[in-house]
Design a protein around this ligand. Sequence first.
Ligand code: SF4
Length: 268
Amino acid sequence: MDGLYGLELTRNSKVGWAFSVSRKESCIGATEACRTLCYGNGVRYKTKGARRKRERNFRTVERLLALGGPELLADNLVHLIDMARPTDWLVAKLSGVKTKVPWSLRLFDIGDVHKPEVAYAWWLAAIKRPECVLWFYSRSFVEPEILKKLALLAELPNVRGFLSLDRENYKEGLKAFERYPEVFYVAVMQEKPSPPVKKMLLEIERVVPEKRLVVFPVHKGAFHVEPLKTRGVVCPQVLGQYELVNEPDREKPCQSCRVCLPRPPSEP
Ligand code: SF4
């Protein structure tokens, strides 16, 4: 039987190592659109094992916060970051060469930041591991205190933070972006082209510079809706330009594409 507590990573063929928590408790800024279209609805994410792991992660985060605040949670998140280290990390470090795959961790592959202390704990942990690159997409900008802490986290050189927008929350998301235009990036969930979807993208493009904008046409497996013309980047993995990779020592699509990842500290 699963233990009651414990923090665990997952690994998937698109992003590599990732950390997830249960959606029900953590997705405080979820919209109807994202609830319906969330890839967490997919078969792979709905197995009993995957669901239990996310629930245990959430429960453990809460327990650690209750026992020792963000500092205790951060100590444990540092252990998680270390578990995402590439297998050849030590040899590469001692030989002065690059690892086969970057040391990276996608935060909240499923789930989101549900309180400011969680974002603050990730900030404390990310500072302690500047060689690992971390990235996240969040709809929790609806809570001002969480937004502040997310901005603190996204400001770190080894972290990139995206505000996740869709046709329901984009106006509020743009206000959040305008408070921190030098800090956040914007990810857009683009549904099937229609006048409201086109209007949303135009309004977003008026505010968000092209270098900070990534568009994700809604997709399921190899199928995706028609991508709208945009000044930003359309996720090339959604468009089928990268194959999913299962081998642990080969770069995953996001590690090769790197549009969403901060530049590794070793690179100028
Ligand atoms: S744009 Fe690149 S890095 Fe971002 S999700 Fe798509 S494949 Fe991954």
